[in-house]
Design a protein. Structure first.
Length: 146
């Protein structure tokens, strides 16, 4: 298992333990973690604190060149909002734990030059399947479904 995805999974578990949605993310620049986060929409009563946006917020202000050397790890395929942040900051590489339970605009990201690596990780999948089965309404809310 990739060490950085393992940290993202730890973040996902932390979110689940807090009563939130088990999705985690890590931002890595030059082999060093500069930000980490997890979905905190429930915990913070937030409209936008998905794992990726929480991770970027926790990384703080970075220079454009730093983002262009970054790799974003996410336990789940990013949604439209989080994909927009990836494009805005021109993060060139995205490592996704799994995209079977939810798939964001991956082809669009690729068309804009983002390299995607799909791990199809069993732990990431299990976390989401268990959560979705236990909390279908909360899951639908998180992805903007009714």
């Amino acid at each position: 298992m990739d060490e950085f995805m393992q940290v993202a999974i730890e973040e996902a578990r932390k979110g689940r333990a807090e009563g939130g949605i088990p999705i985690g993310a890590v931002l890595v620049i030059d082999g060093t973690i500069v930000g980490r986060g997890h979905n905190r929409r429930v915990q913070e009563d937030s409209a936008i604190l998905h794992a990726e946006t929480d991770c970027l917020e926790n990384a703080g202000r970075l220079r454009a060149g730093e983002y262009r050397r970054a790799v974003l790890y996410s336990t789940l395929s990013p949604c439209d909002m989080c994909s927009g942040a990836i494009l805005l900051y021109k993060i060139p590489r995205l490592v996704i734990g799994e995209h079977r339970t939810f798939q964001g605009p991956e082809e669009y990201l690729r068309s804009r030059g983002v390299e995607l690596v799909i791990l199809d990780d069993e732990e990431c999948l299990r976390l989401m399947l268990e959560f979705i089965a236990a909390n279908p309404e909360l899951w639908d809310e998180d992805i903007g479904e009714e």
